[in-house]
Design a protein around this ligand. Structure first.
Ligand SMILES: C[S@@+](CC[C@H](N)C(=O)[O-])C[C@H]1O[C@@H](n2cnc3c(N)ncnc32)[C@H](O)[C@@H]1O
Length: 238
């Protein structure tokens, strides 16, 4: 599949295939297609750069970092995710190392100021998918307003650890509650702009293969709303 890989050139991205190459499996809830971090890493970093994913999940970004010879730093608050990321990265030959840390994205205390060359990350979408039952630091357990308050801290840490002039790419989507849209993407964008980031790109990513699409299709027709089928990939520059 990778033989056909081409870098994206427009602000609309759509990856129908889940990218099951190397150790990518697409089985972690809400994982992102590896073609997203691959595009970001290739466009905004070079070999041996340090790439941070502070919502690492199953390690999709870190696998790409190994394949592309970038030093990958992955953080998550969930040990199940960290173990999965470790299993999926350890067997891939690379010129660059991978560092996995149990850390809260709101407080990356041992990552130095202006030390990261690229941030490429994919937080939870408020509580659309809950990643744990009771991990205190898990922001996927938070309702919309509380979640947005915590995203301010995430944005602040992103700004602090990134080198000047470098890029932070973040994928996020809107959610629907009781039939109405909660504009999580738009609100998150504003929180990042309040940190003095410059907005380099807004990329619309089409969503495919969502687990509950069939279930929601019927409900959406009955209740007269459209299924959300896109996410936003924001690219910020410090
Ligand atoms: C959308 S998933 C990331 C999926 C990943 N892109 C992949 O392909 O596997 C979001 C992740 O954020 C983690 N998370 C939730 N709260 C966190 C926090 N405060 N700090 C770091 N990670 C957190 C969850 O455990 C989950 O693994």
């Amino acid at each position: 599949m990778l033989d056909n890989f081409k870098l994206e050139t427009t602000t609309i991205w759509s990856f129908k295939d889940r990218g099951n190459y190397y150790t990518h499996k697409g089985d972690y809830p809400g994982n992102w297609s590896p073609y997203v971090p691959r595009n970001i890493i290739l466009r905004y970093s070079k070999e041996n750069d340090v790439v941070l994913d502070q919502f690492a999940g199953s390690g999709t970004t870190l696998i790409e970092c190994r394949l592309l010879n970038r030093i990958g730093v992955g953080c998550d608050v969930n040990e199940v995710a960290l173990k999965m990321a470790w299993e999926r990265t350890k067997c891939i030959q690379s010129k660059s190392k991978t560092i996995l840390l149990k850390r809260d994205a709101r407080n990356l205390y041992d990552i130095k100021d202006s030390s990261i060359d690229l941030i490429c990350t994919h937080p939870p979408y408020s509580n659309a998918i809950k990643y744990s039952e009771d991990i205190e630091e898990d922001i996927s357990l938070l309702e919309y307003d509380k979640f947005l308050n915590e995203i301010v801290k995430v944005a602040s840490e992103c700004y602090r650890v990134l080198k000047k002039g470098k890029y932070c790419a973040l994928l996020i989507g809107d959610i629907r509650k009781n039939g109405y849209i909660k504009p999580l993407g738009y609100e998150t964008l504003n929180k990042f702009l309040n940190q003095s980031f410059k907005l380099k790109e807004i990329i619309i990513k089409e969503q495919h293969n969502c687990r509950k699409t069939e279930y929601w299709k019927e409900i959406s027709i009955k209740n007269n709303f459209y299924l959300i089928a896109h996410e936003y990939l924001f690219v910020f520059q410090k």
